[in-house]
Ligand binder design. Structure first.
Ligand SMILES: *Cc1c(COP(=O)(O)O)cnc(C)c1O
Length: 448
């Protein structure tokens, strides 16, 4: 009998009941037993608001440069941010109590996914360090000078590499190539062809693997280590990626204030974040807990076929375990979430802040993709729909009701705000998107 970290599968299932649902590929919700009051969680965390503020300041220094080299960001002054939209039609469709908002990171400029936060931020960190060390740049200077040929030449002496299921590669590739870096993207088998084509058209070296994401990362890391002038963007370990994502919380606070949406004891905020390796949702959730404390409740959403973070946290094994160890295949149409092993540091760091996780089937993602397009005219990629079942879990499921009781939220839902984090989609080519849409149409018809 196969033993996983000292226990057989049956022993694991008995010790951690949610594993039964995970291995059966059943949609399920798991509540995080390690959640602490926000102040206590923040007190024990090695990262905090000063780190998020530093990232925000760095992005502000680069804003004039970004506005110059990416004209679509000029109007926003080079601040890459996405709209926050109320989706009333979808709320009606899903029977959501309270207000349902969509955070449209699908429409973030430059690379059309949540990776435009962390991915671009990490490349900017590298560029700033090199430019400062060269003596060609000071912190006080107007960063538009970085677009000059002398900087492009400077950066061309350095390499940047990354392993990706697609979207991180797009962000790192586009930003690095624009600055002038030699950039290599190691793509897992899940990556879509159009993403590889787009990167190659921008001069990025794309290495393809027939294996999954962990393999693409391991290979990429090993190759980058051989080159002392190459920086490897390590999605499984990177603090800079994490902090780039966390800045979203400061921006969201402003957007909520602008729409007059209160977040306090009487007006709880629920946020549902699609989770792959964990950096994106972890960074955003961490930032939100720093900003809103106990009034925000963050949940991660994963595909039933790739619930690596749920498994890592529920077993307490984190990155020591991958979904395949439990007989789960990591095959999902949600390519942004097709990750078998969670980040080494995010799970442990986020545990005291997180409310829980839930899973969603691919068929469900497709149906929601089509319904959202029909009701709201918004086009997302399958991964980006994973947040959409969150409000239903909270309102109607047994664990959801238990969570309400535990947190003193019973009766508060009519005044609640639910934010579904839509993590990608605006760059999907029309024909690819149509195929997603038709798949959802078909599944809806089969279900009717
Ligand atoms: C990467 C990605 C996520 C999740 O981010 P992780 O940092 O991998 O957890 C969610 N949705 C989309 C579309 C993504 O590309």
């Amino acid at each position: 009998m196969k033993v996983i970290e000292g226990k057989t599968l049956e022993e694991w299932e008995r010790a951690v009941p949610v594993i039964r649902d995970l291995t059966a590929l059943r949609e399920t919700m798991w509540l995080d037993g390690h959640k602490l009051p926000a102040a206590q969680a923040a007190g024990a965390c090695p990262l905090g608001m000063p780190d998020i503020r530093e990232a925000e300041a760095r992005l502000a220094r680069f804003a004039p440069y970004l506005a110059k080299v990416f004209p679509e960001t000029e109007q926003a002054g080079g601040i890459l941010e996405s709209p926050l939209r109320e989706i009333g039609g979808m709320a009606e469709e899903l029977g959501v109590e309270g207000t349902l908002l969509l955070k449209c990171d699908s429409h973030l400029p430059v690379s059309g996914s949540i990776k435009a936060r962390g991915g671009i931020y990490e490349v900017l960190c590298v560029a700033e360090r090199i430019a400062l060390e060269s003596g060609m740049l000071t912190l006080e200077e107007d960063y538009r000078v970085l677009a000059e040929p002398r900087f492009v030449e400077l950066f061309s002496k350095y390499g940047i590499a990354v392993g990706s299921t697609g979207n991180l590669g797009l962000s790192i590739g586009i930003m690095s190539a624009k600055l002038g870096f030699r950039v290599t993207v190691h793509m897992s088998a899940d990556a879509r062809q159009w993403k590889k084509d787009m990167l190659r058209s921008k001069g990025v070296t794309v290495v393809e693997y027939s294996d999954d994401y962990s393999k693409a990362i391991t290979e990429g890391r090993a190759q980058a280590e051989k080159d002392p002038c190459c920086h490897f963007v390590d999605d499984e370990n990177s603090k800079n990626l994490f902090l780039g994502y966390a800045v979203a919380a400061l921006r969201l606070k402003k957007q909520l204030e602008e729409r007059g949406t209160p977040v306090d004891e009487a007006h709880p905020l629920f946020v549902y974040l699609p989770c792959g390796v964990g950096g994106g949702p972890g960074g955003v959730a961490f930032g939100l807990k720093e900003v809103f404390g106990d009034h925000v409740h963050c949940f991660f959403a994963e595909p039933t076929h790739a619930p690596c973070m749920t498994l890592g946290m529920a077993t307490g094994l984190h990155a020591q375990v991958c979904v395949n160890d439990f007989g789960i295949d990591n095959r999902t149409a949600a390519d942004g979430l097709a990750v078998g092993r969670p980040s080494q540091f995010v799970g442990k760091l986020i545990e005291p802040f997180l409310s829980g996780c839930y899973t969603i089937s691919d068929e469900h993602l497709y149906r929601l993709l089509t319904t959202l397009a029909d009701r709201e005219g918004i086009h997302l990629e399958p991964s980006a729909l994973a947040g959409m079942t969150g409000p239903g879990w909270i309102q109607d499921s047994k664990p959801g009701k238990e969570y309400q009781r535990r947190e003193g939220l019973t009766g508060r839902l009519p005044e609640a705000t639910h934010i579904v984090w839509a993590t990608g989609g605006s760059m999907v080519p029309a024909a690819d998107w149509q195929a997603y849409y038709q798949r959802g149409r078909q599944l809806l018809a089969d279900n009717a």
